[in-house]
Design a protein around this ligand. Structure first.
Ligand code: NAP
Length: 323
């Protein structure tokens, strides 16, 4: 019963998010006969759905498209009884049991919650960025590379995402310039070698983007860059700017409700427990280090197994203490 006297269905486990972490949690929770309710949110599948090809997910020696991996995981979870609904969480109350979760449409109560809300691309926050989103500025090569067939593009960043997406962009663009703020890439060695050997890719080192320039008719026409060692400023002409400078965890909803670290990720212990008993977190929302589809899936499975134990302990009235 909620404060308005309405009946609220009590759930064993509510899973928030449907990336690899959320769906793996759903598969494990469903197999444990917990009938999980999965709230899919605004972007079902999360970041893997905007990944062209995943080559390192075990079991797919030929690679698998992100969207296909999402669909297979979703079908597997539903096959075992997970209920996946297209609802977005607007508010949570974890101050006491039962835990409360509100969406635009409904209100739920649950003994356990698994948070797997993932992360979103970090912005550069420079003039022109916001203005030219969709008119030359993009955070997703898989989505937008096609529009740059035969044209010049810039990729900003030096991590795995930047280099992997730069390589993907070479299938379409006439040239790809990687602008990185240091003189060496952060990306794994294999990707670096492939990028350095690709004749369509060149590099602007030690440089930050200070502005994205363009006009109403053409959209983006170039970027202003500043060399951080010499302070020299220059313009790189380009038709598109793909920005891959890391991610921000989707934890706004949980501020003040569970412990977050200074970067905003959810603090978990080695058993995926958050600071609130019965609330677990899995995937990118609690991981600043690995952030792989396979590690997210692993933490999702672990969170579901912990939720199952928590429910069993609750029935036996042995309530686990705070971490
Ligand atoms: P990341 O590893 O955090 O790299 C972000 C890059 O952006 C870094 O090179 C960083 O520069 C740069 N950067 C950050 N803020 C910037 C700013 N304000 N202006 C300019 N440059 C900025 O992020 P990611 O590449 O998205 O990767 C995230 C995680 O996913 C990593 O763990 C990665 O290994 C993983 N991932 C793996 C694969 C794969 O295995 N195939 C593919 C994609 C991603 P500095 O280097 O100077 O810090």
């Amino acid at each position: 019963m909620n404060e308005l006297g309405e009946n609220v269905v009590m759930e064993n486990v509510v899973i928030i998010g449907t990336g690899p972490a959320g769906l793996s949690a759903a598969i494990y929770a469903a197999r444990a006969e917990l009938q999980p309710l999965v709230l899919a949110g605004d972007t079902p599948g999360g970041q893997i759905t905007i990944t062209d090809a995943i080559d390192n997910f075990p079991g797919f020696p030929e690679g698998v498209a992100g969207i296909e991996l999402f669909e297979k995981m979703r079908d597997q979870a539903e096959k075992f009884g997970a209920r996946i609904v297209a609802e977005t969480v607007t508010e949570v109350d974890f101050s006491s049991q039962p835990l409360k979760i509100k969406t635009y449409d409904n209100e739920y109560e649950a003994s356990t919650v698994i948070i797997s809300t993932g992360s979103n691309p970090r912005k550069l926050n420079v003039p022109g960025e916001q203005e030219y989103v969709g008119r030359g500025v993009s955070y997703c090569a898989t989505c937008d590379a096609f529009f740059f067939r035969g044209r010049k593009v810039v990729v900003v960043g030096g991590g795995d995402s930047a280099v992997e997406e730069a390589l993907f962009l070479t299938k379409f663009a006439s040239s790809v310039t990687i602008v990185h703020r240091r003189d060496r890439l952060r990306a794994q060695a294999g990707l670096q070698t492939r990028a350095k050997n690709n004749e369509k890719i060149d590099f602007v080192w030690d440089s930050v983007v200070t502005e994205i320039v363009g006009d109403d008719k053409a959209g983006v026409t170039g970027i202003k860059v500043k060399n951080v060692k010499t302070d020299e400023e220059s313009i790189v002409e380009t038709d598109g700017v793909f920005i891959f400078v890391g991610h921000i965890p989707n934890t706004k909803l949980f501020e003040g409700k569970i412990d977050l670290d200074e970067t905003g990720i959810i603090k978990t212990d080695s058993r995926q427990r958050t600071s609130v008993p019965g609330v677990y977190a899995a995937g990118d929302v609690q991981d600043n280090i690995y952030r792989q589809a396979v590690t997210s899936a692993g933490t999702g499975a672990a969170a579901a197994m912990e939720a199952d134990k928590f429910l069993a302990d609750m029935e036996g009235n042995a309530y686990p203490g705070k971490m």
